[in-house]
Design a protein around this ligand. Structure first.
Ligand SMILES: [Zn+2]
Length: 468
């Protein structure tokens, strides 16, 4: 099966040129001018369109269940939404049950992920470090292609780990090409402020933001960087949102430490003014860390320009606003309306490329190549997917996105392809629209038409993580 994409403007992190792309057996077989169209060749005219490597979203929570809530998108629905948004690979989180086996958590995740229509990899969340944890981490890294582990300095009594656990996990990961990712917020600071807010009867959504100050994120980021410096293990700061955290990352990078960071689409385009929405509407933006004041948003854009932020991901952690039709446990109402009972998380898997292209490239803030680097190439490199994924090169998987840079349209949740009933970007006037998406050479999206299939995605065993 061969496919030819003619006359597209091919954009990689390094190059930007017009050429044809020949696909054979799911991989890119040739890139050049006037590649001959042979018999039985499926041909797509990409004149006037950008040809981008499929997006890679390294921060998603699909079909993810906790004691009180459960994200609404399955791998089937979330993968379909991702594909319509130009993302052909996600690296999703599987988790250890406290006191339980990492491998058991991974196996359960693999079963849930079987229905994925796009390619998937897994990070492992570690919540405690027992006698067999180091050996299980080794097995995951060397035998299963799970080369990144996430720990939390937030959520005391649930996900939070102490510095000793972080150090042990860093040591274990560092021995076998692994990377440690950390959700950096000081859980003790937040716990105290939440307790005070609740005692004072301050339960509205905006108190979610007020009880998770930038300082709590900055402190945890600094501390975790120090721990990583002691162990020498590559560190990846997830969903960085605050100027203080960015300054810590920038300082570490100036000193040559293997520290990288991502931010998320919403932190680049929305501010804490969103918490002023009336009534319970503010619950739609209850995610952690919260949206920040404009000075932080501007700092993040400077961090992208300076190269201190390497990746833009989504932290897609979807709970519907309405309890129906999927049930309260899948919604923002899972715990009632008090801010500290609302499941933390927001959607974005479908919007990421469109919002960042429109608000970054079309506005002149990012070059098309930098856009590709942030959304595909750097995530592929940092998480052991490169050069199979994340670029357009001979031998790479033919995960390709054709984007019309001139198209203008409006983002509406009602037009989305997952299960979500709201979008953080409702009404966003976008420039640039994805026309076709290919996964390993197969067209899975054509305009509004879904051509992918459940189970059509593959699990990708990843190589060593932690360097660009
Ligand atoms: Zn997350």
């Amino acid at each position: 099966m061969s496919t030819l994409i003619k006359n597209g403007r091919i954009v990689t992190a390094a190059d930007d040129f017009v050429a044809d792309v020949l696909i054979e057996d799911g991989r890119i077989a040739a890139i050049g001018h006037n590649l001959a169209a042979g018999n039985g060749l499926e041909t797509h005219d990409a004149g006037g369109l950008l040809v981008l490597p499929g997006g890679i979203d390294v921060h998603t929570h699909l079909d993810s269940e906790s004691a009180t809530s459960h994200t609404v998108d399955t791998f089937a629905s979330g993968g379909r939404a991702a594909a319509f948004g130009g993302t052909t690979t996600v690296v999703d989180f599987c988790n250890q049950i406290r006191g339980g086996s990492l491998l058991a958590g991974f196996e359960a995740w693999r079963r849930r992920a079987e229905c994925t229509p796009i390619d998937v990899g897994a990070h492992m969340i570690v919540v405690d470090f027992g006698p067999s944890t180091a050996a299980e981490m080794e097995r995951l890294m060397t035998g299963e292609g799970v080369t990144s582990f996430k720990l939390f300095t937030a959520y005391p009594g649930a996900l939070m780990v102490d510095d000793g656990t972080l150090l042990q996990a860093m040591r274990a990961a560092g021995r076998h090409g692994g990377q440690i990712s950390v959700h950096c917020e000081n859980g003790h600071i937040i716990q105290m402020l939440v307790g005070e807010a609740v005692a004072a009867g301050n339960l509205a959504p905006r108190h979610h933001m007020l009880t998770r100050p930038p300082l709590a994120e900055g402190e945890a980021t600094q501390r975790v960087i120090a721990l990583a410096e002691v162990t020498g293990t590559p560190l990846y700061i997830v969903h960085l949102s605050a100027r203080q955290s960015l300054e810590a990352v920038a300082e570490a990078r100036r000193r040559g430490l293997a520290v990288h960071a991502e931010t998320c689409t919403h932190y680049l385009f929305l501010t804490d003014a969103e918490y002023d929405r009336p009534g319970f509407e503010g619950a739609k933006v209850i995610m952690s860390p919260p949206l920040r004041a404009a000075e932080h948003v501007e700092a993040l854009w400077r961090g992208i320009a300076a190269g201190d932020l390497s990746v833009v991901s989504t932290d897609h952690c979807p709970y519907t606003f309405a309890a129906e039709p999927y049930g309260a446990k899948h919604s923002k109402r899972a715990g009632g309306e008090a801010f500290h009972k609302v499941p933390n998380g927001a959607p974005g898997i479908e919007e990421r490329l469109h919002v960042l292209y429109s608000g970054g490239v079309a506005t002149g803030r990012l070059s098309a190549s930098r856009f590709v680097e942030l959304t595909a190439t750097a995530p592929a490199k940092l998480f052991g997917l490169y050069p199979k994924k994340g670029t357009i090169a001979v031998g790479s998987d033919a995960d390709l996105v054709l984007l019309d840079p001139e198209a203008r349209w409006t983002i509406r949740a009602a037009d989305g392809h997952g299960r979500m009933d709201y979008s953080l970007f409702e009404g966003f006037e976008a420039t640039g629209r994805i026309k076709k998406v290919f996964l390993r050479g197969e067209m899975i999206v054509e305009g509004d038409t879904w051509l992918g299939r459940e189970g059509g995605g593959q699990f990708i065993a990843r190589g060593p993580s932690g360097s660009l």
